[in-house]
Design a binder for this molecule. Structure first.
Ligand SMILES: *[C@@H]1O[C@H](CO)[C@@H](O)[C@H](O)[C@H]1NC(C)=O
Ligand SMILES: *[C@@H]1O[C@H](CO)[C@@H](O)[C@H](O)[C@H]1NC(C)=O
Ligand SMILES: *[C@@H]1O[C@H](CO)[C@@H](O)[C@H](O)[C@H]1NC(C)=O
Ligand SMILES: *[C@@H]1O[C@H](CO)[C@@H](O)[C@H](O)[C@H]1NC(C)=O
Ligand SMILES: *[C@@H]1O[C@H](CO)[C@@H](O)[C@H](O)[C@H]1NC(C)=O
Ligand SMILES: *[C@@H]1O[C@H](CO)[C@@H](O)[C@H](O)[C@H]1NC(C)=O
Length: 327
Protein backbone atom coordinates (compact mmCIF):
# COMPACT_ATOMS: atom_id res chain seq x y z
CA UNK A 1 0.00 0.00 0.00
CA UNK A 2 2.87 2.25 0.76
CA UNK A 3 4.26 1.64 -2.69
CA UNK A 4 0.91 2.28 -4.28
CA UNK A 5 0.48 5.48 -2.38
CA UNK A 6 3.91 6.56 -3.36
CA UNK A 7 3.24 5.90 -7.01
CA UNK A 8 -0.16 7.46 -6.84
CA UNK A 9 1.30 10.52 -5.27
CA UNK A 10 3.89 10.65 -7.99
CA UNK A 11 1.43 10.26 -10.75
CA UNK A 12 -0.68 13.01 -9.29
CA UNK A 13 2.29 15.30 -9.14
CA UNK A 14 3.41 14.32 -12.59
CA UNK A 15 0.00 14.46 -14.14
CA UNK A 16 -0.34 17.85 -12.66
CA UNK A 17 3.00 18.74 -14.12
CA UNK A 18 2.66 17.41 -17.56
CA UNK A 19 -0.36 19.28 -18.88
CA UNK A 20 1.58 22.45 -18.13
CA UNK A 21 3.78 21.09 -20.89
CA UNK A 22 6.24 23.90 -21.31
CA UNK A 23 9.64 23.08 -19.89
CA UNK A 24 10.46 25.28 -16.97
CA UNK A 25 13.27 27.57 -17.92
CA UNK A 26 16.09 27.18 -15.50
CA UNK A 27 16.07 30.78 -14.20
CA UNK A 28 17.94 30.90 -10.92
CA UNK A 29 17.64 27.18 -10.32
CA UNK A 30 19.99 25.30 -12.63
CA UNK A 31 18.29 21.93 -12.22
CA UNK A 32 17.00 19.73 -13.54
CA UNK A 33 19.22 19.96 -16.52
CA UNK A 34 18.68 17.44 -19.26
CA UNK A 35 21.33 17.03 -21.86
CA UNK A 36 21.08 18.46 -25.37
CA UNK A 37 18.97 16.64 -27.91
CA UNK A 38 19.98 13.05 -28.40
CA UNK A 39 20.53 11.70 -31.89
CA UNK A 40 20.87 7.97 -32.42
CA UNK A 41 20.55 5.58 -35.30
CA UNK A 42 17.70 3.12 -35.50
CA UNK A 43 18.73 -0.03 -33.63
CA UNK A 44 21.22 1.72 -31.38
CA UNK A 45 20.55 2.61 -27.76
CA UNK A 46 19.93 6.06 -26.37
CA UNK A 47 20.86 7.32 -22.94
CA UNK A 48 18.77 10.10 -21.45
CA UNK A 49 20.60 11.93 -18.65
CA UNK A 50 19.27 14.44 -16.25
CA UNK A 51 21.57 16.31 -13.88
CA UNK A 52 20.09 16.91 -10.44
CA UNK A 53 21.31 18.19 -7.09
CA UNK A 54 20.80 17.66 -3.35
CA UNK A 55 17.60 19.64 -3.17
CA UNK A 56 15.82 17.37 -5.63
CA UNK A 57 13.37 15.10 -3.84
CA UNK A 58 11.51 13.34 -6.66
CA UNK A 59 12.58 12.43 -10.14
CA UNK A 60 10.94 10.91 -13.19
CA UNK A 61 11.49 10.45 -16.90
CA UNK A 62 8.53 10.72 -19.24
CA UNK A 63 7.98 9.86 -22.87
CA UNK A 64 5.60 12.58 -24.00
CA UNK A 65 3.02 12.38 -21.20
CA UNK A 66 3.71 8.78 -20.20
CA UNK A 67 5.86 8.05 -17.19
CA UNK A 68 8.68 5.68 -17.99
CA UNK A 69 10.43 5.75 -14.61
CA UNK A 70 9.54 7.47 -11.35
CA UNK A 71 12.52 7.27 -9.07
CA UNK A 72 13.66 3.66 -9.21
CA UNK A 73 10.19 2.42 -10.10
CA UNK A 74 9.61 1.38 -13.63
CA UNK A 75 6.24 2.43 -15.00
CA UNK A 76 6.87 1.56 -18.59
CA UNK A 77 6.13 -2.00 -19.66
CA UNK A 78 8.67 -1.66 -22.46
CA UNK A 79 11.59 -3.94 -21.65
CA UNK A 80 13.87 -1.85 -23.81
CA UNK A 81 13.73 0.87 -21.19
CA UNK A 82 16.08 0.49 -18.19
CA UNK A 83 17.32 2.76 -15.46
CA UNK A 84 21.02 3.57 -15.52
CA UNK A 85 21.54 5.75 -12.47
CA UNK A 86 19.60 7.46 -9.76
CA UNK A 87 22.12 9.32 -7.64
CA UNK A 88 22.30 12.69 -5.91
CA UNK A 89 23.71 14.21 -9.09
CA UNK A 90 22.35 12.23 -11.94
CA UNK A 91 19.16 10.49 -12.98
CA UNK A 92 19.39 8.64 -16.26
CA UNK A 93 17.65 5.95 -18.24
CA UNK A 94 18.57 4.00 -21.32
CA UNK A 95 16.42 2.92 -24.27
CA UNK A 96 17.74 -0.07 -26.13
CA UNK A 97 17.16 -0.83 -29.78
CA UNK A 98 15.64 2.56 -30.55
CA UNK A 99 13.11 2.66 -33.37
CA UNK A 100 11.57 5.49 -35.33
CA UNK A 101 8.44 5.61 -33.21
CA UNK A 102 10.56 6.42 -30.15
CA UNK A 103 11.41 9.78 -31.66
CA UNK A 104 9.98 12.72 -29.81
CA UNK A 105 10.20 14.75 -26.62
CA UNK A 106 11.28 13.12 -23.36
CA UNK A 107 10.92 15.00 -20.14
CA UNK A 108 12.95 14.87 -16.98
CA UNK A 109 10.64 15.92 -14.20
CA UNK A 110 11.85 16.72 -10.69
CA UNK A 111 10.59 18.20 -7.51
CA UNK A 112 12.88 20.69 -5.75
CA UNK A 113 11.86 22.44 -2.54
CA UNK A 114 8.31 21.45 -3.37
CA UNK A 115 8.51 23.08 -6.79
CA UNK A 116 8.01 20.88 -9.82
CA UNK A 117 10.42 21.49 -12.63
CA UNK A 118 10.93 19.85 -16.00
CA UNK A 119 13.56 19.74 -18.66
CA UNK A 120 12.97 18.43 -22.10
CA UNK A 121 15.19 16.56 -24.50
CA UNK A 122 14.30 15.47 -28.00
CA UNK A 123 15.24 11.99 -29.08
CA UNK A 124 16.02 12.09 -32.78
CA UNK A 125 16.19 8.78 -34.60
CA UNK A 126 18.19 8.51 -37.78
CA UNK A 127 17.72 5.83 -40.41
CA UNK A 128 20.16 5.15 -43.25
CA UNK A 129 18.75 5.69 -46.73
CA UNK A 130 17.11 2.64 -48.20
CA UNK A 131 15.50 2.14 -51.58
CA UNK A 132 12.23 0.36 -50.90
CA UNK A 133 10.72 0.11 -54.35
CA UNK A 134 12.32 0.58 -57.72
CA UNK A 135 11.24 -0.10 -61.30
CA UNK A 136 12.26 -3.40 -62.83
CA UNK A 137 14.47 -3.67 -65.87
CA UNK A 138 12.41 -2.68 -68.87
CA UNK A 139 12.42 -3.13 -72.64
CA UNK A 140 10.65 -0.58 -74.84
CA UNK A 141 10.51 0.35 -78.48
CA UNK A 142 12.24 3.46 -79.66
CA UNK A 143 9.96 6.49 -79.49
CA UNK A 144 7.86 5.28 -76.60
CA UNK A 145 7.71 6.90 -73.18
CA UNK A 146 9.20 5.48 -70.03
CA UNK A 147 8.79 6.37 -66.38
CA UNK A 148 11.25 4.99 -63.88
CA UNK A 149 10.42 5.05 -60.18
CA UNK A 150 12.68 4.86 -57.17
CA UNK A 151 11.09 5.13 -53.73
CA UNK A 152 13.35 5.49 -50.74
CA UNK A 153 13.02 5.68 -47.00
CA UNK A 154 15.32 7.17 -44.40
CA UNK A 155 15.57 9.80 -41.68
CA UNK A 156 16.17 12.49 -42.52
CA UNK A 157 14.27 11.85 -45.72
CA UNK A 158 16.80 10.94 -48.41
CA UNK A 159 17.37 12.88 -51.59
CA UNK A 160 16.71 10.70 -54.61
CA UNK A 161 18.48 11.22 -57.92
CA UNK A 162 18.63 9.36 -61.23
CA UNK A 163 21.69 9.14 -63.38
CA UNK A 164 22.19 7.63 -66.82
CA UNK A 165 25.33 5.53 -66.93
CA UNK A 166 26.52 5.95 -70.46
CA UNK A 167 29.94 6.07 -72.01
CA UNK A 168 29.50 9.78 -72.47
CA UNK A 169 28.72 10.08 -68.76
CA UNK A 170 25.97 12.64 -69.06
CA UNK A 171 25.47 12.78 -65.31
CA UNK A 172 22.26 13.54 -63.49
CA UNK A 173 19.09 13.23 -65.44
CA UNK A 174 16.60 13.71 -62.62
CA UNK A 175 16.63 14.90 -59.07
CA UNK A 176 13.39 13.21 -58.25
CA UNK A 177 11.96 9.83 -57.40
CA UNK A 178 10.46 9.64 -60.87
CA UNK A 179 12.35 9.85 -64.11
CA UNK A 180 10.22 10.44 -67.19
CA UNK A 181 11.63 9.93 -70.65
CA UNK A 182 9.32 10.79 -73.52
CA UNK A 183 10.14 9.59 -77.01
CA UNK A 184 13.07 7.49 -75.90
CA UNK A 185 15.96 7.13 -78.33
CA UNK A 186 18.48 4.32 -78.71
CA UNK A 187 21.13 6.57 -77.15
CA UNK A 188 19.06 6.64 -74.00
CA UNK A 189 19.24 2.91 -73.50
CA UNK A 190 21.50 1.43 -70.88
CA UNK A 191 21.77 1.49 -67.14
CA UNK A 192 20.11 4.06 -64.97
CA UNK A 193 21.31 4.44 -61.41
CA UNK A 194 19.12 5.59 -58.57
CA UNK A 195 20.85 6.99 -55.48
CA UNK A 196 19.14 7.68 -52.18
CA UNK A 197 21.27 9.96 -50.04
CA UNK A 198 21.06 11.30 -46.54
CA UNK A 199 23.90 12.14 -44.21
CA UNK A 200 23.33 9.20 -41.87
CA UNK A 201 25.13 6.50 -43.82
CA UNK A 202 26.41 5.59 -47.25
CA UNK A 203 23.91 6.11 -50.08
CA UNK A 204 21.73 3.25 -51.22
CA UNK A 205 22.31 2.76 -54.93
CA UNK A 206 20.46 0.53 -57.35
CA UNK A 207 20.40 0.16 -61.09
CA UNK A 208 17.70 -0.34 -63.67
CA UNK A 209 18.43 -1.48 -67.19
CA UNK A 210 16.49 0.12 -70.00
CA UNK A 211 16.61 -1.70 -73.32
CA UNK A 212 15.45 0.26 -76.35
CA UNK A 213 14.42 -1.80 -79.37
CA UNK A 214 14.97 -0.38 -82.83
CA UNK A 215 14.89 -1.77 -86.37
CA UNK A 216 18.07 -2.87 -88.14
CA UNK A 217 20.39 -0.45 -89.78
CA UNK A 218 23.09 -1.82 -92.07
CA UNK A 219 26.20 -0.08 -90.92
CA UNK A 220 28.90 -1.70 -92.98
CA UNK A 221 29.17 -3.52 -96.30
CA UNK A 222 31.94 -3.71 -98.80
CA UNK A 223 32.11 -4.93 -102.35
CA UNK A 224 34.68 -7.67 -102.53
CA UNK A 225 36.92 -9.03 -105.22
CA UNK A 226 37.92 -12.69 -105.51
CA UNK A 227 39.61 -14.71 -108.24
CA UNK A 228 38.26 -17.92 -109.66
CA UNK A 229 39.29 -20.91 -107.58
CA UNK A 230 39.94 -18.75 -104.53
CA UNK A 231 37.95 -18.12 -101.43
CA UNK A 232 35.62 -15.13 -101.37
CA UNK A 233 33.91 -13.54 -98.37
CA UNK A 234 31.08 -10.99 -98.35
CA UNK A 235 30.37 -9.22 -95.09
CA UNK A 236 27.25 -7.45 -93.90
CA UNK A 237 27.02 -5.67 -90.55
CA UNK A 238 23.75 -4.48 -89.04
CA UNK A 239 23.03 -2.79 -85.72
CA UNK A 240 19.66 -3.59 -84.23
CA UNK A 241 17.96 -4.36 -80.92
CA UNK A 242 17.08 -7.15 -80.61
CA UNK A 243 19.98 -8.34 -82.74
CA UNK A 244 19.10 -8.81 -86.41
CA UNK A 245 18.66 -12.05 -88.29
CA UNK A 246 20.21 -12.18 -91.73
CA UNK A 247 19.27 -13.55 -95.11
CA UNK A 248 21.29 -13.49 -98.31
CA UNK A 249 19.87 -13.32 -101.80
CA UNK A 250 21.28 -13.41 -105.26
CA UNK A 251 18.74 -11.73 -107.49
CA UNK A 252 15.51 -13.30 -106.28
CA UNK A 253 17.05 -16.52 -105.01
CA UNK A 254 17.63 -17.00 -101.35
CA UNK A 255 20.97 -18.59 -100.53
CA UNK A 256 21.09 -21.48 -98.11
CA UNK A 257 23.92 -22.71 -95.98
CA UNK A 258 25.87 -25.57 -97.53
CA UNK A 259 24.30 -25.28 -100.98
CA UNK A 260 26.35 -24.15 -103.97
CA UNK A 261 29.54 -24.22 -101.97
CA UNK A 262 28.62 -21.27 -99.76
CA UNK A 263 28.45 -20.89 -96.01
CA UNK A 264 26.48 -18.25 -94.10
CA UNK A 265 27.71 -17.40 -90.62
CA UNK A 266 26.06 -14.97 -88.22
CA UNK A 267 27.93 -13.65 -85.25
CA UNK A 268 26.29 -10.82 -83.32
CA UNK A 269 25.93 -7.86 -85.65
CA UNK A 270 27.89 -9.48 -88.47
CA UNK A 271 26.88 -11.91 -91.16
CA UNK A 272 29.38 -13.40 -93.59
CA UNK A 273 28.78 -15.22 -96.86
CA UNK A 274 31.74 -17.41 -97.75
CA UNK A 275 32.45 -18.92 -101.19
CA UNK A 276 34.95 -21.72 -100.78
CA UNK A 277 35.82 -21.99 -104.43
CA UNK A 278 34.81 -18.95 -106.45
CA UNK A 279 33.69 -19.58 -110.02
CA UNK A 280 32.61 -17.14 -112.75
CA UNK A 281 28.93 -17.77 -112.06
CA UNK A 282 29.37 -16.58 -108.48
CA UNK A 283 30.18 -13.05 -109.53
CA UNK A 284 27.29 -10.72 -109.21
CA UNK A 285 25.02 -8.62 -107.12
CA UNK A 286 24.06 -10.04 -103.71
CA UNK A 287 21.54 -8.67 -101.23
CA UNK A 288 21.93 -8.90 -97.48
CA UNK A 289 18.62 -8.55 -95.60
CA UNK A 290 18.69 -7.79 -91.87
CA UNK A 291 15.45 -8.32 -89.94
CA UNK A 292 14.22 -8.02 -86.38
CA UNK A 293 10.73 -7.71 -84.97
CA UNK A 294 10.69 -3.96 -85.60
CA UNK A 295 11.51 -4.12 -89.26
CA UNK A 296 14.02 -4.96 -91.94
CA UNK A 297 16.49 -3.35 -94.26
CA UNK A 298 18.78 -4.53 -97.04
CA UNK A 299 21.95 -3.68 -98.85
CA UNK A 300 23.58 -4.77 -102.10
CA UNK A 301 27.06 -6.19 -102.11
CA UNK A 302 28.99 -7.07 -105.21
CA UNK A 303 31.30 -10.03 -105.59
CA UNK A 304 33.57 -9.16 -108.49
CA UNK A 305 36.37 -10.95 -110.27
CA UNK A 306 40.05 -10.31 -109.91
CA UNK A 307 42.34 -11.05 -112.87
CA UNK A 308 45.22 -13.29 -112.15
CA UNK A 309 48.13 -12.01 -114.12
CA UNK A 310 50.34 -15.04 -114.35
CA UNK A 311 53.45 -12.93 -114.36
CA UNK A 312 52.37 -11.23 -111.28
CA UNK A 313 51.13 -13.97 -109.01
CA UNK A 314 51.68 -12.95 -105.47
CA UNK A 315 51.57 -9.27 -106.24
CA UNK A 316 47.88 -8.68 -105.75
CA UNK A 317 48.29 -4.91 -105.52
CA UNK A 318 48.98 -4.86 -109.23
CA UNK A 319 46.20 -7.19 -110.22
CA UNK A 320 43.29 -5.49 -111.90
CA UNK A 321 39.68 -5.92 -111.25
CA UNK A 322 38.07 -6.99 -114.47
CA UNK A 323 34.58 -7.74 -113.42
CA UNK A 324 31.71 -6.13 -115.24
CA UNK A 325 30.53 -5.18 -111.79
CA UNK A 326 33.62 -3.19 -111.03
CA UNK A 327 33.63 0.38 -112.15
C1 LIG B 1 7.36 6.68 -26.69
O1 LIG B 1 6.05 6.99 -27.08
C2 LIG B 1 5.66 6.56 -28.36
C3 LIG B 1 4.27 7.09 -28.66
O2 LIG B 1 3.38 6.66 -27.72
C4 LIG B 1 5.73 5.05 -28.42
O3 LIG B 1 5.38 4.60 -29.69
C5 LIG B 1 7.13 4.61 -28.09
O4 LIG B 1 7.20 3.19 -28.05
C6 LIG B 1 7.57 5.18 -26.76
N1 LIG B 1 8.98 4.86 -26.56
C7 LIG B 1 9.47 4.53 -25.37
C8 LIG B 1 10.92 4.21 -25.32
O5 LIG B 1 8.77 4.54 -24.41
C1 LIG C 1 15.86 19.73 -30.12
O1 LIG C 1 14.96 19.15 -31.07
C2 LIG C 1 13.75 19.89 -31.22
C3 LIG C 1 12.83 19.09 -32.11
O2 LIG C 1 13.49 18.63 -33.24
C4 LIG C 1 14.09 21.27 -31.78
O3 LIG C 1 12.89 22.01 -31.91
C5 LIG C 1 15.05 21.96 -30.82
O4 LIG C 1 15.44 23.18 -31.39
C6 LIG C 1 16.28 21.13 -30.56
N1 LIG C 1 17.08 21.74 -29.56
C7 LIG C 1 18.41 21.82 -29.64
C8 LIG C 1 19.11 22.44 -28.52
O5 LIG C 1 19.00 21.37 -30.64
C1 LIG D 1 6.23 -0.96 -55.96
O1 LIG D 1 5.48 -0.02 -56.67
C2 LIG D 1 4.61 -0.59 -57.64
C3 LIG D 1 4.00 0.55 -58.44
O2 LIG D 1 3.51 1.56 -57.62
C4 LIG D 1 3.58 -1.47 -56.95
O3 LIG D 1 2.74 -2.05 -57.88
C5 LIG D 1 4.31 -2.54 -56.17
O4 LIG D 1 3.40 -3.31 -55.45
C6 LIG D 1 5.31 -1.92 -55.23
N1 LIG D 1 6.10 -2.99 -54.64
C7 LIG D 1 6.34 -3.03 -53.36
C8 LIG D 1 7.21 -4.16 -52.89
O5 LIG D 1 5.91 -2.20 -52.57
C1 LIG E 1 37.18 -25.41 -107.62
O1 LIG E 1 36.23 -25.60 -108.68
C2 LIG E 1 36.81 -25.99 -109.88
C3 LIG E 1 35.74 -26.03 -110.96
O2 LIG E 1 34.54 -26.57 -110.47
C4 LIG E 1 37.48 -27.36 -109.69
O3 LIG E 1 38.09 -27.75 -110.88
C5 LIG E 1 38.50 -27.25 -108.57
O4 LIG E 1 39.07 -28.50 -108.32
C6 LIG E 1 37.88 -26.69 -107.31
N1 LIG E 1 38.92 -26.45 -106.32
C7 LIG E 1 38.81 -26.87 -105.07
C8 LIG E 1 39.95 -26.53 -104.16
O5 LIG E 1 37.82 -27.45 -104.66
C1 LIG F 1 22.37 -4.48 -107.26
O1 LIG F 1 20.97 -4.70 -107.10
C2 LIG F 1 20.26 -3.64 -106.48
C3 LIG F 1 18.83 -4.05 -106.34
O2 LIG F 1 18.67 -5.39 -106.29
C4 LIG F 1 20.37 -2.41 -107.33
O3 LIG F 1 19.71 -1.34 -106.67
C5 LIG F 1 21.82 -2.06 -107.54
O4 LIG F 1 21.94 -0.95 -108.40
C6 LIG F 1 22.56 -3.25 -108.13
N1 LIG F 1 23.97 -2.90 -108.21
C7 LIG F 1 24.69 -3.05 -109.33
C8 LIG F 1 26.11 -2.63 -109.29
O5 LIG F 1 24.18 -3.48 -110.34
C1 LIG G 1 15.25 -4.18 -100.15
O1 LIG G 1 14.67 -2.96 -99.71
C2 LIG G 1 13.83 -2.38 -100.71
C3 LIG G 1 13.43 -1.00 -100.17
O2 LIG G 1 13.01 -1.11 -98.88
C4 LIG G 1 12.67 -3.27 -100.97
O3 LIG G 1 11.84 -2.72 -101.97
C5 LIG G 1 13.20 -4.63 -101.44
O4 LIG G 1 12.10 -5.52 -101.62
C6 LIG G 1 14.16 -5.19 -100.47
N1 LIG G 1 14.77 -6.40 -100.99
C7 LIG G 1 14.72 -7.55 -100.35
C8 LIG G 1 15.40 -8.69 -101.03
O5 LIG G 1 14.22 -7.67 -99.25
Amino acid sequence: FQSCGYLWEHSRVLLFLVPAGVPVRSGDAAFPKAMDNVTVRQGESATLRCTVDDRVTRVAWLNRSTILYAGNDKWSIDNRVVILSNTKTQYSIKIHNVDVYDEGPYTCSVQTDNHPKTSRVHLIVQVPPQIINISSDITVNEGSSVTLMCLAFGRPEPTVTWRHLSKKGRGFVSEDEYLEITGITRDQSGEYECSAVNDVAAPDIRKVKVTVNYPPYISNTKNTGASVGQKGILRCEAVAVPVAEFQWFKEDTRLANGLDGVRIENKGQMSTLTFFNVSEKDYGNYTCVATNKLGNTNASIILYGLAINSRCLGCPLLSKAHSKFKG
